[in-house]
Design a binder for this molecule. Structure first.
Ligand code: GRF
Length: 223
């Protein structure tokens, strides 16, 4: 039997759409039954509706800084939808121990970096500034420490010469849309940490960039 899941969004909802698309496979072990946003105007809310997903908005502003009360309202909506799994997908509110505790071990997040590198915001700009040659995305369980929960799956991309924040973000996003459905499937099947299928998280990023996989001569400039 399929597990029921909700997706929490604050923005455009492209990862949500990728997750929902995956569920069209009858063999996929999860069904999304709710898209919940803290922002009524989030483009992802309209996108969810266009995908036929029931939507709920629990705006944070009326709660005037009372995070616990806001999260209690979210929790009520999640329980009313009878979900077993919660996927954060661009949900931009920090969570308190209340909601994290209620959904411990059942709440996933996607983060646009290879954690534990670059937790928090502006990950692509920070990756460029740090000069890393590999960047990527991570799906992890949500714990109280931000972006620090157990890692379920990762995908890497190369950082290429001339990359801007936007080009790098776009390259990572392609992988996010592959990785999140994969990680959720493994999680729902009870295989977190299991070997990812060959078609997903273990792509050779250099081959993907068209670079040779032969060892470079000593001192050679990296592609
Ligand atoms: C993604 O980059 C995700 O990794 C991060 O927020 C962004 C959300 O994008 N947590 P979208 O709303 O899924 O398009």
């Amino acid at each position: 039997m399929k597990q029921r899941a909700a997706v929490l969004i604050s923005g455009r909802g492209s990862n949500m759409a990728a997750l929902v698309a995956a569920t069209r496979d009858p063999a996929y072990p999860v069904d999304f039954v709710l898209a919940l946003s803290n922002r009524e105007q989030a483009p992802g809310v309209a996108l969810a509706a266009s995908l036929g997903l029931p939507t709920a908005v629990v705006a944070h502003r009326p709660f005037a800084g009372d995070r616990a009360a806001h999260e209690a309202a979210i929790d009520t909506a999640l329980r009313a939808a009878d979900v077993q799994i919660v996927c954060l997908a661009g949900y931009m509110r920090l969570l308190t121990p209340f909601l994290v505790g209620r959904w411990a071990g059942r709440m996933l997040n996607i983060h646009p970096s290879l954690l534990p590198a670059f937790p928090g915001l502006d990950t692509h700009a920070r990756a460029l500034a740090a000069g890393v040659r590999l960047h990527g995305c991570t799906v992890h369980l949500v714990t109280q420490a931000m972006d620090e929960g157990p890692i379920l799956a990762q995908a890497a991309v190369p950082v290429l010469p001339g990359d801007t924040e936007d080009t790098l973000a776009a390259r990572v996003l392609v992988q996010e849309h592959i990785l999140y459905p994969l990680a959720l499937r493994l999680f729902a099947l009870g295989q977190p940490g299991g070997a990812p299928p060959a078609d997903a998280a273990l792509r050779n990023p250099l081959a993907q960039a068209g670079a040779s996989d032969k060892p470079l001569p000593p001192g050679a400039a990296l592609p």
